[in-house]
Design a protein around this ligand. Structure first.
Ligand SMILES: [Zn+2]
Length: 318
């Protein structure tokens, strides 16, 4: 009896163990299944790398790092599955592997002969060939003729060209916007900045969508002709009332990569303009192939304290 009872208990215990094992396995399978579902349904965050050129100009002008930090903080706060990384060093990263898996790269730096990408054109071009996006801000849109200019044309469809483009400080009035994700939620606005204009674009603007365009007055050409101050071509364009594009989107012919050029942001205080900031934030998403919300990327206006945070030590400027 005892033996039978023990056998029964033993059998009962085995049955319990089997049931427990099944339950554990079942839970494991459910867990695995949930894990797989999570893997499938959670989109991989878009990686945005923001590169800040070395300090230049006086305080509150060309604030590369502080500007990039405002953009990065806004992207994080917007909670749009974007991972922004502001490179800790000034200039091109020593370990450039951080760029390899970026979805888009923001470059806010000195331009022309001091352009942060000049010594790295081939390496950066390889990233662009893979379809990584690029956003160039203010002086970073200005390139030397030859290979640097050719590359900027390939990557973002236009650039600031000496003896063709000009760099006056003026109040640009942006009244209308194209039907384009970068213009989502952007309302008409006026912005006083060093808006470079009469940019050199790819032939026939093929692949280019102007995002911010305005009509500069003749007073913007009051200086004599010079590399950045005036030339017969720009004088003719302004006299003819030709709208000037100071921010533009570009879809590269390869169908993979996207670029965006933005000529403002000489004056750091302009990041307090909600529309100004929204255009650049939207452009970062668009060049990263992320969906831009219908109202654009919303972000809190930086306070007067915040706009004066993280400024470069301009005693180290180049
Ligand atoms: Zn400037």
């Amino acid at each position: 009896m005892d033996t039978d009872n023990n056998r029964f208990k033993c059998a009962e215990s085995r049955g319990l163990r089997v049931r427990l094992l099944s339950a554990v396995l079942g839970l494991g399978l459910i867990g695995l299944s949930l894990g797989q579902t999570a893997l499938i349904s959670a989109p991989v965050p878009k990686k945005v790398v923001l590169m800040s050129g070395k300090p230049s100009h006086g305080p509150m002008k060309h604030e590369h790092r502080a500007g990039n930090l405002i953009l990065a903080q806004a992207l994080t706060a917007a909670d749009l599955n974007i991972t922004p990384i502001v490179l800790p060093e000034d200039g091109y990263p020593e370990d450039s592997s951080i760029l390899a898996d970026a979805d888009t790269i923001v470059v806010f730096s000195t331009g022309h002969t001091g352009h942060v990408l000049n010594p790295h054109l081939d390496e950066f071009d390889a990233l662009m060939q893979r379809g990584i996006g690029v956003v160039m801000i203010h002086w970073a849109t200005e390139a030397e003729k030859g290979k640097p200019a050719d590359k900027l044309i390939e990557w973002m469809g236009g650039f600031c060209d000496l003896n063709w483009s000009v760099n006056p400080h003026w109040s640009a009035e942006f009244k209308t916007f194209p039907d384009h994700p970068i213009a989502h939620g952007v309302e008409p606005f006026v912005s006083h900045d060093e808006w470079y204009y009469h940019m050199r674009f790819v032939d026939d603007l093929a692949g280019v969508t102007p995002i911010l365009s305005a009509l500069p007055g003749t007073e913007t050409l009051s200086r004599p002709d010079g590399e950045r101050s005036g030339n017969p071509d720009v004088r003719r364009a302004v006299a003819n009332g030709e709208s000037q594009h100071v921010a533009w989107a570009y879809e590269r012919p390869d169908g993979k990569g996207r670029g965006f050029g933005f000529t403002g942001a000489h004056d750091h205080v302009n990041w307090q303009n909600d529309n100004f900031r929204k255009v650049v934030l939207n452009a970062i998403l668009w060049t990263a192939h992320a969906a831009v919300p219908s109202g654009g990327v919303s972000s809190a206006t930086p306070t007067d304290t915040e706009i004066r945070a993280n400024l470069d030590d301009k005693s180290k400027r180049h």
